[in-house]
Design a protein around this ligand. Sequence first.
Ligand code: ADP
Ligand code: ZN
Length: 621
Amino acid sequence: MTETLATTPDLTHAREVLRHTFGYSDFRAPQDRIISHLIGGGDALVLMPTGGGKSLCYQIPAIMREGTGIVISPLIALMQDQVSSLRQLGVRAAFLNSALTPEEAGQVEQQLLQEKLDLLYIAPERLLKPRTLELLRQTRISLFAIDEAHCVSQWGHDFRPEYMQLSLLHERFPETPRIALTATADKPTRREIVQRLSLQQAGEFIAGFDRPNIRYQISENNGNAKQRLLQFIHQEHPRESGIVYCLSRKRVDEIASWLQANEIDALPYHAGLDTQTRQHHQSRFLRDEGVVIVATIAFGMGIDKPDVRFVAHLNLPKSIEAYYQETGRAGRDGQAADAWMIYGLQDVITLRQMQVASDADEQHKRVERHKLDAMLAFCEITSCRRQRLLDYFDDHLEQPCGNCDTCLQPPETWDATTASQMALSCVHRTGQRFGVNHLIDVLLGKENDRILKFGHHQVSTYGIGIDHSAAQWRTVYRQLIAHGLLSVDLEGYGGLRLTQASRPVLRGETQLMLRKARKRKAKERGERPHALELSDSNRPLWQALKSLRLELAQTQGVPAYVIFHDATLMEMAQKRPRDKQQLATISGVGDRKLERYGDAFLSVLKNNLESEQDLPADGVN
Ligand code: ADP
Ligand code: ZN
């Protein structure tokens, strides 16, 4: 299929744009098919993982087709960097949003009318204004790209009401191709996108969901989450940028201060901070190296910083989609990255209670409950996480991945049938209204006021659990809840109740294997796929290239990765090109950047060569 397409004239031209403008040698599947489809005037729905290369799918056709490509993107704060990146490549791009003064906006509108733009980024609320629609009517439009298309889904976690009205594009501009793009959409969400955006005739392009460079790790919270996070950052990602997600604003502030106190350049981000502070923190994260942002999930959508090396969750996301999307912000550049999560009993209880208490209708609640159940089951599995994750999106991986915690350090299981019977029976004997702490006290035969008050020293499960520690009982209860054998009360006090599913276990009809709490062994890191390999001898050069990049970025007030990505500098450090012709073969070096920055980088490379030659040969001593 690709062969035949490659010979069509359209793709030959597209390949030239890819090579000369973007500096890349080849399309990644299915970019070529999507581009060819759009150039031919078709509509498209594109599902591609983060970092898969969605933007090229509309940028190249917009550059090639007559007129301006209109990109609808939900976050105005990030349009600036996207436009800067394109301008660096010599692409005529602009944005229209409320950050512009009326004069600036007027100039952009003029450029649009005079057909001087290849791409124009607009927020949906701006686009939908009668004035903007009228402006577009007078313009030649090459295509509409609807980014983050899952925002149209009411069930999703990023729902944006304005997205619902985007079907109007089809009505007003029936001849203009539209491309909707997203990185997360299970089948129902996909159907919703098609329906709400009137994409029934669109070609569907679904790339695999796998992010092989991300290592998934989930472990249980033993009450030392903060310490473990710190250790993880110190050991695995010193001075690298990352995102830490927490459930509440209070926790965000607490964790950010704790990391700061431990010499990590961490900054909080949540809706309780004023706009200016938020923007400042976001821009430090984007522009400076090695900033860790601690945030509620309000942070992250649309962030296309390529070198986020880890995403850490200190709480359980509400669904596998949310988990996949949030962790997906790591390693967009394709280099090794970590998705690290710690979760515990309290998360399960809190999320279950939040769902019960929400005022959504029954159908909505049911959907949410299933999503949370799937997420919990994902946390507790003993087989490969990646296989399960991909399964959830109807994608498949033949072999266990070798790059997740369960593959690297297979969890042990134990026959917890008897322990589970004790735990469940204790719930039953105490009237199905007490929380985990009290239940554990009863199992361990504690003597406290509450126990005496309720006469629980007289129930048959009193003191029968002394062979296990309180911590072990907590993991048992957590897993019983996660597996749906216990439910959390409706009143919100955290009382546990038996479910239908617990009966066979109580009656001894089924055996129950549970995960053992993991003992933290000495680090076994295993092979690290996609890790940037830098030999010691290349390190000084790499540093020199990075400082040049930083200097260039700072003079222009853009993030460093807008000049060149890490991977591009790394390739320079390894291949050490000597002239522009050689430099042009490095991935990420297109015509414009070669012309603008070629001499500066070549001179760093040359100086380095000379200083290496001045050094005495290795191995003398
Ligand atoms: P997405 O929007 O799908 O998350 P991007 O469009 O930001 O992904 O692309 C991710 C990264 O991959 C970017 O750095 C982009 O420049 C790079 N990229 C995209 N397509 C190609 C390609 N064909 N060859 C090399 N790099 C590519
Ligand atoms: Zn695995």
